[in-house]
Write a protein that binds this ligand. Structure first.
Ligand code: ADP
Ligand code: MG
Length: 593
């Protein structure tokens, strides 16, 4: 999704002015043709079954491309959500004699609710734990399907499942499923360009950075999980109508693995990959059918196929193709923004922007930050210095909410933010960069900065929607001198430029207070001078900066006020020149000699 037409800067709006339905017309025309073919071609029963399975499975696998591909969260229970939809239509249209559409809707909702519930109770875990919990959930659902005979008919399954009156023939129903596939595919394809989609990609790329850029990480993950589950439910409901029969073994853990393999094989990052993977995993066994006379051989070759593809195309088949196509695509050259970046820091409180009182952060017995007071005055550069390991980064992490304070109080512009999660502090006006750069590495420079610009409460973004966001991001990139390279991926920038992009991302959000953690670290002397000049230009606009550094020269020239830490304690605080001459500071830096 690198250089889509949505990402054009305000200065070159030629492509983005065409409305979406005009730009996407070819897709809908192609989809309509495929639907018409599905409705009219005379397939035999065997082909019809394969097509029906591929169509419905693809929708379930689209769900995985959202949760895993877009948001980076594992779901090993997609067959269970598929089963919710299938049983809702199965039991609903037979035992309960309900309308098909109602059953399909209920199936989606039940899957959605189950997905949201599972997500809410487990997504704080992440990683292996999330995998384990989804497997357990899958097993529980399978057990219920088998044992709750009064409801599910147990291992016998449900047969004579109904279809909607509009599509009673198999061929007509297939056409309906293909149409649903086209619609869901379109929505999933364009999800990455929406606010929610951007949030999901940010969470996948770097959770910490997503949080401090105003994204509610937990909620984003729950949404991704719920969307995935709902698509599973929809797919299951369609599947039940297609085959008129469902039984527990169709929704087992093994099927969840099949869904996952389909999505990894085709390429989890895009719905095209999902469809390719699904088609292949359904077709390969059919192609190898002639081997069935030799026991075991068929499975061995099938397994080898899958292993080889994943070994040589780690991003899946479509990931491989897309990377090749990308090389040929002409990169969109961007021209820098025409308007200069405006920083209008909010000024609600008085002369003090940030008031920190008695702040402590202990890691077990280690007092990394110990009863520190800091008062940052509005409109200046305030430096926090100290030798390595003196607690500077820890202080910043407590300020931005990545660590919980052991004790103390933090007030930003009159608002007590001590207990807020990171994204709320960002919404309250905090912006920051990291000592070890944390950019969203799968995105372009512009996309990174757009995420910053999208901060809730950013008054600099008008009602212009995506265009206003892009404009603001272009202004910020131009401000740090990288406007002409906006559409390049992060990986093509030098270390120094990546730092500048991180600063641009924070500036785009129009913060009240900017926290910079060792921005000069790793820069050469020319880059340091450029950075120094940039800090001056930021400060000239009235934005307050709290900068961490251990480079005394940068600090003594840039900052008016300095706080010095040593072993977690504040050893000096005050006007720059006086602090730098303070005997405790001199001995902390140079030794008591
Ligand atoms: P600085 O940024 O001033 O170089 P830090 O704030 O990174 O220092 O570290 C201060 C102290 O806290 C160090 O002794 C460090 O080892 C410790 N520390 C920092 N983060 C953690 C953590 N997550 N867990 C345990 N100890 C930590
Ligand atoms: Mg540090």
């Amino acid at each position: 999704m690198s250089v889509g037409s949505e990402n054009m800067p305000a200065a070159a709006p030629a492509v983005s002015t065409r409305p979406a339905f005009v730009r996407h017309a070819p897709y809908f025309i192609a989809a309509a043709i495929v639907v018409a073919l599905a409705a009219t071609m005379q397939f035999d029963g065997y082909v019809l079954n394969i097509l029906m399975q591929a169509t419905t499975f693809s929708i379930a696998v689209f769900g995985l491309s959202v949760v895993l591909g877009l948001c980076g969260q594992i779901n090993l229970a997609q067959a269970a959500f598929f089963g919710f939809g299938a049983y809702a239509v199965g039991i609903g249209t037979t035992d309960l004699q309900m309308n098909y559409w109602l059953c399909l809707g209920v199936g989606c909702l039940v899957a959605l609710a189950a997905g949201a519930f599972l997500g809410m109770s487990t997504l704080r875990l992440g990683g292996h734990y999330l995998a384990m919990v989804t497997i357990s959930f899958q097993q529980i659902v399978t057990l219920v399907m088998i044992n709750a005979i009064w409801l599910t008919h147990g291992p016998d399954g449900v047969s004579r499942i109904g279809r909607p009156a509009l599509f009673t023939t198999s061929q007509g129903y297939l056409a309906f499923c293909v149409a649903m596939l086209a619609i869901v595919g379109y929505l999933v394809w364009h999800l990455p360009d929406t606010k929610l989609g951007r949030a999901m990609r940010a969470v996948r790329d770097n959770e910490l950075a997503a949080g401090v850029n105003g994204i509610d990480v937990f909620r984003t993950k729950v949404y991704a999980f719920a969307i995935c589950a709902a698509l599973g439910g929809l797919a299951g409901g369609l599947f039940a109508g297609g085959f008129a029969y469902v039984s527990p073994d169709q929704f087992s853990f093994a099927e969840s693995i099949v869904f996952l393999t389909m999505s990894l094989l085709g390429g989890v990052a895009s719905p095209i990959g999902s469809a390719i993977g699904t088609g292949l995993l359904i077709l390969i066994p059919e192609w190898l059918r002639f081997l069935k006379s030799v026991p075991g051989l068929y499975l061995a070759i099938y397994g080898l196929f899958v292993i080889l593809i994943i070994r040589f195309m780690p991003d899946g088949i479509w990931g491989f193709v897309a990377a090749a196509l990308d090389k040929w695509r002409t990169k969109i050259k961007t021209s820098p923004a025409t308007k200069p970046l405006q920083l209008k820091p909010a000024a609600v409180g008085g002369g003090i922007v940030l008031e920190v009182q008695g702040l402590s952060k202990h890691f077990g017995g280690l007092k990394a930050v110990d009863n520190v007071d800091i008062a940052v005055r509005r409109g200046g550069v305030h430096a926090l210095i100290g030798p390595n390991g003196s607690g500077k980064t820890t202080t910043l992490n407590v300020l931005s909410g990545l660590y919980k304070a052991t004790s103390g109080r933090i007030v930003l512009d009159g608002v007590d933010i001590t207990t807020m999660p990171p994204h709320q502090r960002t919404a309250a006006g905090l912006g920051r960069t990291f000592q070890n750069i944390r950019l969203f590495r799968s995105m372009t420079a512009l996309e990174n900065v757009e995420i910053g610009a999208e901060r809730p409460g950013n008054t600099m973004i008008g009602a212009g929607g995506g265009a206003a966001l892009t404009e603001r991001a272009m202004e910020a990139l131009t401000f740090v001198g990288l406007g002409s390279r906006a559409n390049e991926p992060i990986t093509s920038f030098s270390y120094g430029h990546q730092r500048l992009i991180e600063i641009a991302r924070a500036l785009a959000s129009n913060p009240t207070l900017l926290l910079l953690d060792e921005p000069a670290a790793g820069l050469n002397s020319t880059e340091k001078l450029e950075l120094h000049e940039l800090l001056k230009r930021i400060a000239a606009q009235g934005l307050t900066i709290l900068i961490i550094d251990h480079d005394m020269t940068l600090v003594s020239e840039a900052a008016q006020h300095i706080t010095v830490l040593n072993f977690g304690r504040r050893i000096a605080d005050g006007e720059s020149m006086a602090v730098l001459r303070h005997p405790d500071v001199v001995s902390a830096y140079l030794g008591s000699e």
